[in-house]
Design a protein around this ligand. Structure first.
Ligand SMILES: NC(=O)c1ccc[n+]([C@@H]2O[C@H](COP(=O)([O-])OP(=O)(O)OC[C@H]3O[C@@H](n4cnc5c(N)ncnc54)[C@H](OP(=O)(O)O)[C@@H]3O)[C@@H](O)[C@H]2O)c1
Length: 254
């Protein structure tokens, strides 16, 4: 179902939402959760969306649902060459790149002394290296379009939680990347760091530590929906060119 609010052209916000039309947006981790919801919402406003993830079938279904304004590339964000090829595919398909949304990410939560070292490495590779790969491959095009980098961080990038040492470390790194790029490319590329609290997605399905999964399942009930984050992204993108929102923290109101 594609989100298409009726636009009243006289309303100031709605006028700005129209600037999203024809923007070319690359979204990583677009096969489920926040990424998929954002793809649908932005496409509903007339954006062209390039969808990246590993699960090809899910991406294929999403593109069929959205239509001609969507394309996908099967990409593991930890593989620089594959990310670079997807950026080139975006240019070949849509002619430019205006926005990247670094959303691919995962958490393996559990106590430090029982943690699998392999899972730490995957979190660092996807949550940190994946973000850097996508920014580096996209930067020349974003500088040309005076574009926008949106990084999906987390409240775990600002706080510290038990059973989440490495996840928090990766999300603190995402915040450092957002703020570092902002000061290095000030006024040439917009940067927004978005930090959600608990969102109902497939995120918790990744947890391999069963006791942590069971303990946290309740924390992920009756929380934010993926559409809540997609809407926040829409609002960030609807700001006029002289305004940039650098940080958004969004939590369930409970
Ligand atoms: N849910 C929450 O409570 C919450 C809160 C704060 C922040 N976040 C952040 O929000 C982002 C999106 O997560 P979500 O909640 O929407 O969970 P999700 O439904 O599990 O989505 C994660 C996405 O990341 C993709 N992904 C994972 N590893 C990848 C890789 N190596 N290469 C490419 N894509 C990869 C997955 O696609 P494939 O498996 O198809 O590759 C999937 O599309 C993450 O960065 C997460 O840390 C989530």
């Amino acid at each position: 179902m594609i989100f298409k609010p009726t636009l009243n052209k006289n309303n100031k916000l709605n006028k700005r939402l129209m600037t999203i039309k024809d923007k070319v947006v690359l979204i990583t981790g677009a096969s489920s959760g926040i990424g998929a919801a954002t793809a649908k919402m932005l496409a509903g406003q007339g954006a062209k969306v390039m969808l990246l993830a590993r699960r090809e079938e899910k991406l294929h279904d999403l593109v069929s649902d959205i239509g001609d304004s969507a394309e996908f590339a099967k990409v593991d964000v930890t593989d620089y060459d594959s990310v670079n090829a997807a950026v080139q595919k975006t240019i070949d398909t849509f002619g430019k790149l205006d926005v990247i949304i670094n959303n691919a990410g995962l958490g393996y939560l559990g106590p430090m002394e029982e943690a699998a070292v392999r899972e730490w490495k995957t979190m660092v590779d996807v949550n940190v290296t994946g973000v850097l790969n996508t920014i580096h491959a996209s930067l020349p095009h974003l500088l040309e379009s005076q574009g926008h980098i949106i990084n999906i961080d987390s409240v775990a990038g600002h706080n510290y939680f038990p059973n989440a040492v490495v996840y928090c470390a990766t999300k603190h790194a995402v915040k450092a990347i957002s703020y570092g790029i902002r000061v290095e490319f000030r006024s040439r590329v917009k940067v927004t760091n978005i930090s959600p609290g608990a969102v109902e997605t497939e995120f918790i399905d990744n947890f391999t530590h069963q006791a942590t999964k069971e303990a946290m399942t309740k924390n992920f009930e009756d929380v934010l929906k993926a559409d809540d984050i997609a809407e926040a992204i829409l609002e960030v993108l609807a700001k006029p060119s002289h305004v940039v929102i650098n940080e958004v923290t969004i939590r369930p109101n409970k």
